[in-house]
Write a protein that binds this ligand. Structure first.
Ligand code: URA
Length: 232
């Protein structure tokens, strides 16, 4: 692909603006300043502008370890948006493939590919999400049975779809819950319906994409080709 076309698509600039950036010597390819628009770049080329390596044009997919206190929206009047944790170009094109509450931590997927995120969020696709849950009160003996049969949430017509629960540490009221829907505050509402209260909530996985242990809260990375393809 020509370098000027590459810049147009990655930076969202016009052909003329791309030519100006090049003439000013603002762009390097493989550590050399390149001013010629017709130079060919490939997947392997390191194109850098303003100290940032520019990715090949195309859809982008990231996993973020969301810390407590950040919201999954572009704007919020009281809390910072989790987007401030990303250092990427064309941020306005990115969206969250399924949100977490401000006080929920863990795996958040971010993309500019609407069809891909639809497969995660649409009820039709029943994409599984696993949460680590810490409850205020003891885990009831009947929880597994009730969660498997479906829970009646307030102001919902249908029971929740069968969910899977695994006790991790009964002394800490800690468990793993896997659900295949994403209703508003669903996990908190499910345990509220069981007469308990979620004290802490952390998302560990979406489908087979597992939050990377190496990602500290507030950090992110690109998804691998395999992770992207796992959402189908
Ligand atoms: N369920 C909730 O209640 N909150 C979340 O953030 C995610 C799932």
């Amino acid at each position: 692909m020509r370098l000027d076309k590459f810049l147009c698509e990655t930076l969202g600039v016009t052909r003329r603006e791309a030519t100006i950036l090049l003439r000013r010597g603002e762009v390097t390819v493989d550590d050399k300043v390149i001013k010629v628009a017709s130079v060919q770049v490939t997947e392997a080329s390191q194109v850098v502008w303003q100290e940032r390596r520019l990715p090949m044009p195309g859809p982008r997919y990231f996993m973020l370890h969301k810390p407590d206190g950040f919201v999954c929206s572009h704007e919020d009047s009281s809390n910072p948006t989790a987007f401030v944790l990303l250092d990427e170009i064309k941020m306005d094109k990115l969206h969250f493939a399924g949100r977490l509450d401000v006080d929920t931590t863990g795996l958040v997927l971010i993309t500019d590919d609407g069809q891909w995120s639809h497969k995660i969020t649409s009820p039709k696709h029943k994409c599984e999400k696993t949460y680590r849950v810490w409850l205020e009160d003891a885990i009831g003996d009947d929880y597994i049975e009730q969660l498997t049969s479906g829970i009646q949430l307030r102001s919902e017509k249908e029971l929740t779809l069968p969910a899977k629960m695994e006790v991790i540490d009964a002394s800490q009221n800690e468990l793993l819950l896997t659900i295949s829907e994403g209703k508003y505050h669903q996990v908190k509402r499910m345990f509220a319906a069981l007469g308990n209260k979620v004290e802490r909530l952390h998302r560990e996985s979406i489908g087979t994409i597992v939050l990377d242990n190496d990602l500290e809260p507030g950090t992110y990375r690109r998804l691998t080709a395999e992770e992207i393809a796992s959402i189908s």
